[in-house]
Ligand binder design. Structure first.
Ligand SMILES: [Fe+2]
Length: 130
């Protein structure tokens, strides 16, 4: 069963999909069920992935990790996404950037930021400007 607003990855070919609507059937790729990737929220070890959010008057800047995450061919952040409860979503591909960072041209507001590392999977942090 696939659930709404979830990330699934094929462990054979590496396809990644995000569901817009849930369904009773599993998602299949390369003849096998895709694996749901649940967001991680706490870094362990030296590599840092938890999105760090900066608030500006007219934008939100998201950097991946307290220590900048590598952006190398073999290890990189693929995309960064801002999501509100009402399904307003902005996703930025950052795979070709030198720095794992995205700027969202929206005023600071509540939501969740997700980031996807090609090796370490899905990460999230809550956005709650004070
Ligand atoms: Fe990583």
């Amino acid at each position: 069963m696939a659930t709404k607003d979830s990330i699934y990855e094929c462990e054979v070919c590496g396809n990644v999909v995000e569901t817009l609507r849930g369904g009773i059937a599993p998602l299949i790729c390369c003849g096998k069920p895709m694996v749901e990737r649940f967001p991680q929220t706490e870094d362990k070890g030296n590599e840092k992935h938890k999105p760090v959010v900066e608030f500006h008057p007219d934008k939100i800047v998201v950097k991946i990790g307290e220590v900048p995450h590598p952006m190398e061919e073999k290890h990189h952040i693929e995309w960064i996404e801002f999501r509100r409860k009402d399904d307003f979503v902005i996703r930025k591909e950052v795979i070709d950037q030198d720095v794992a960072e995205a700027t969202f041209e929206i005023p600071p507001q509540k939501g969740v930021v997700f980031a996807f590392c090609n090796i370490h999977g899905l990460w999230k942090t809550d956005v709650n400007p004070s």
